[in-house]
Design a protein around this ligand. Structure first.
Ligand code: SF4
Length: 427
């Protein structure tokens, strides 16, 4: 396939991510400490207060998936005893370690100085870090984030997280880094975060336009890159989201859709979809093409909310720094119960005037997949819009069947068409 065409902001995003990989792989020369941590509920601003670099194993697995390396890594991990049902991000990570632990810049990852487990909603994260802890034998700091089982957080939950931050996480990071915690520095970083979050929300909400100037799933994964990884809290993230906003505004002014990987603006949008679940990474471009070839644009998605539900109003708050970190962790999408996810998706269908809900059910991700059929039926019932279900995997190429996915998508678009004709006849 030819080189993928990218929007200018995508190139900027790529440069930021590359810069973080360089910081990680040169950490032994620069003397900086490295933390492994996860995307949902990450404490990037806090790590920055200690000068610690953020390395995210999920993002490494995504990179390996897109570079077509993950398939072999997963097979290696299975040969060493990890079951077929284990999350393929975990197996891609474990397999990579057995083959030199090479970062996307071609240099080896250093062993982490600390494992910071501030995960939200997915038990796999804990098992994953148990494996890494056995391998690296470095200090492990665990921030336990209570699940929002009743659909909301409570003051007790918030206090519980703040107490752990004060008594476990901050002293632990001080010890690893040798740097004294400065709450005013945290406030400054959180102020930066809130600015970038404002612009990210603005961008994602432009999916309400017709034609939509963004693809909120395939394009969306690029847009969330800096803020969900190592750049939330930095001025780089503020600059990135300002530039992205300007770029999207330019498309709105010209009534243009997003740029497809083939380099043309996707203006002829026939179907507007809300998508639930992570994308497939090993055939990302092929998967995306199946949508724009049929005129389907994604106007909102749940995956672009795994690292924070800013569109529901949350912002990091410099006036309540630790409490705001607690609220952030509690509110990530994967920490929300199923009825809340139904509410969110039904709201997206209405507000973004979507034609329906498409679920990409990921074979090995229990955190997303559990309850998705119920979610689909509930959303259909509430909105009257048809839903559909496809099945792929994150980074295991064995579970991306292009023909099956394409067939299902085509039938779904026909179903939307029939539903439209039915409603215009009735009217
Ligand atoms: S099971 Fe899903 S949410 Fe959990 S680590 Fe794997 S991909 Fe992430």
């Amino acid at each position: 396939m030819s080189e993928i065409a990218k929007e200018p902001s995508m190139l900027l995003q790529k440069e930021l991510i590359a810069r973080n990989y360089d910081a990680i792989t040169s950490s032994r020369e620069t003397g900086r400490k490295v933390s492994s941590t996860f995307v949902p509920g990450n404490l990037n601003e806090l790590l920055m207060c200690f000068g610690i670099i953020n390395n995210l194993p999920e993002i490494n697995a995504v990179q390996n998936g897109m570079r077509k390396l993950s398939g072999d890594y997963i097979i290696d991990a299975e040969k060493s005893g990890h079951s077929e049902d284990v999350c393929t991000y975990v197996k891609a990570d474990i397999g990579m370690m057995g083959r030199g632990n090479i970062a996307p810049n071609g240099k080896p990852f250093p062993a982490p100085d600390v494992l910071l487990l501030s995960y939200t909603g997915c038990y796999t994260f804990m098992k994953w870090f148990e494996l890494l802890r056995a391998e690296y034998k470095c200090p492990t700091l665990m921030l336990h984030v209570p699940y929002e089982g009743d659909g909301h957080s409570t003051q007790n939950m918030r206090d519980y997280i703040v107490k752990q931050l004060k008594e476990v996480i901050i002293p632990g990071l001080e010890q690893v880094s040798g740097v004294k915690f400065d709450i005013d520095l945290l406030r400054q970083y959180l102020r930066n975060s809130a600015k970038a979050e404002d612009d990210l929300v603005w961008v994602l909400e432009q999916g309400k336009h017709k034609p939509s100037p963004i693809d909120a799933y395939f394009g969306g994964v690029y847009y969330i890159g800096p803020i969900f990884t190592a750049f939330r809290g930095t001025t780089d993230a503020i600059d990135y989201y300002r530039a992205l906003r300007t770029e999207v505004l330019g498309r709105i002014d010209n009534h243009q859709g997003p740029v497809t990987p083939e380099g043309t603006n996707f203006n002829d949008q026939k179907y507007r979809l809300v998508v639930e679940g992570p994308p497939n990474w090993t055939s990302f471009r092929e998967f995306w093409k199946m949508f724009y070839d049929e005129g389907a644009i994604v106007v909102a998605s749940s995956y672009t909310k795994v690292g924070g539900m800013y569109d529901l109003g949350f912002r990091h708050d410099p006036d309540h720094p630790l409490e705001s970190l607690a609220d952030y962790c509690l509110g990530c999408y994967t920490n929300r119960n199923l009825p809340t996810r139904v509410d969110i998706l039904a709201k997206y269908i209405e507000e973004y005037q979507a034609d329906g809900l498409l679920i990409n059910s990921i074979k090995s991700c229990n955190s997303f997949s559990a309850g998705q059929l119920m979610i689909m039926k509930e959303v259909e019932k509430r909105t009257g819009k048809p839903g559909a279900f496809i099945e792929t995997d994150l980074v295991d190429p064995r579970y991306f069947s292009a023909a099956n996915v394409k067939n299902r998508l085509e039938s779904y678009f026909q179903m939307i068409e029939q539903k439209r004709q039915g409603s215009s006849r009735a009217a």
